[in-house]
Design a protein around this ligand. Sequence first.
Ligand code: MSP
Length: 530
Amino acid sequence: MGKDTFYLTTPIYYVNDKPHIGHAYTTILGDVLSRCHRLLGEPTHFLTGTDEHGQKVEQAAKRNGVSPLEHCNTYVKRFQELWERLGISNDDFIRTTEERHIIVVQKILQDLWDRQLIYQADYEGWYCVGCERYFTEKDLNNGHCPDCGRTVDKLVEKNYFFKMSQFQQQLIDHINAHPRFLMPLNRRQETLGFLKQPLGDLCISRAKSRLSWGIELPFDHDYVTYVWFDALVNYISAVGYLADDAEFNTWWPASYHLIGKDILTTHAVYWPTMLMAMNLPLPETIFAHGWWLTPPPPTAQADNAQATAAGVKMSKSLGNVVNPMDMADKYGVDALRYFLMAAMALGQDANFSEEAFVTRFNADLANNLGNLLSRATKMIEKNCEGKLPSATEPGADEQELIASVQNAVASMRNAIENMQLDRGIAEVMVAANATNRYFDTMKPWVLAKAGDTAALGRVLRNTAEALRIIAGLLYPVMPNKMTELRRLLGVPEERVTPVMNQLEHWNQLPDGATIGTLATPLFPRIDLAK
Ligand code: MSP
């Protein structure tokens, strides 16, 4: 609001396991949105990273027989390598074990302690090791953790608390006054529902006797910081909070914190109250997306018709976890990115199946877009010596084509603004269909046979213009393939990375540009039977 820069974050991932399709989804979504905002010409900063402290990491290191830091150093590479492979264009990568982060967390803790916003008290309650969270008696589900269902331990110990309760009303008021603060709407309602109960204070310490892998409290060396209090701070420590005011003021407040729906409360309640205590502005939008599920096994379908529609959560024990690297190796990075963006309505859950992947790939990329491209480039090669025919005044048929392509441009703008990428992508596919229709109606192969070079040139030129714009709109989703496509069409190298206002104008390709030809199709059709 008022800020003309765009700052987007993903959750920072736990380094206790290797990344799966869910992690890949959030990061690809972050990448696509960042590229969309760069397309719009906004200065953009895209942050991702890893959450390296806490019990889960300490336990994983113990299992592997190495020190926690050694464990982190090994596992962080898996994330970094995957992001490189998936074409993630993050501007920064933060690890919570970095000095630049630790210093800021400790300064914040000291300041809140000095201002009595953190206090010491005896804690009595229940602790879930798996979730690293404390629960009161009434939170428990039949004596078990309400989140993961595991057994919990009874605890009585001295601890430190953040006065979260003090900010409850201020948070409710903020949510009510800012309709875009929590998106989508159901998550906003969920949070307001949660805030109907009195908000407690937040225990932000862990005794070193039980957990030593964390950031030490500056005012009590026997304790480390609760991992969430540490992790959430990454969003400001990474952009120079308390270290570089110019940098910090350029990017903060964040435009979007992208999260999965599983970590809503920590982001929509803990984090904003922490920021209020620090007297910092709140992020503009916290956006919670849904979960990728896998279709249930056939037996479950027979037993339970509802399970079929709902899908099953991916988990190691069920053995249904999809590995993003495998999908990228098998079908290509851009195809994976396309499927993840096109097949999930932002905010809702969706099922991930290879069959759905292949069906969509063939329909949208091989048959619609890819086929159009190879037909157009082949005809230019054969009939125009591989040179792009010159621009001409558009006739009625072209006006119709231009209108449908421009409709896709407007839809994409709208989709970016309203976080409805799947709808934007669908409209681009409508435009690709319209271009195919134009091509089929104009029958350039008949014009070629009849020797009508003027009409033939017009059809091929306008098809190429439509393809240039379509590829520009899909560039954030498929940066590699769409760059290749734009190069084939003769887009000059300095303009090969698209900007939105060039996509709003027709006839931007240079007359006579050399049009490339494809040795193999851009998106070769996949045979599901194989
Ligand atoms: N470390 C915390 C986040 C701290 S942010 C200050 C954490 N890490 S995590 O490794 O468990 O990753 C969580 C994120 O991965 C989720 O919020 C979600 O974005 C994503 N996903 C994990 N599994 C998922 C699916 N099956 N589907 C979609 N995304 C899910 O929580």
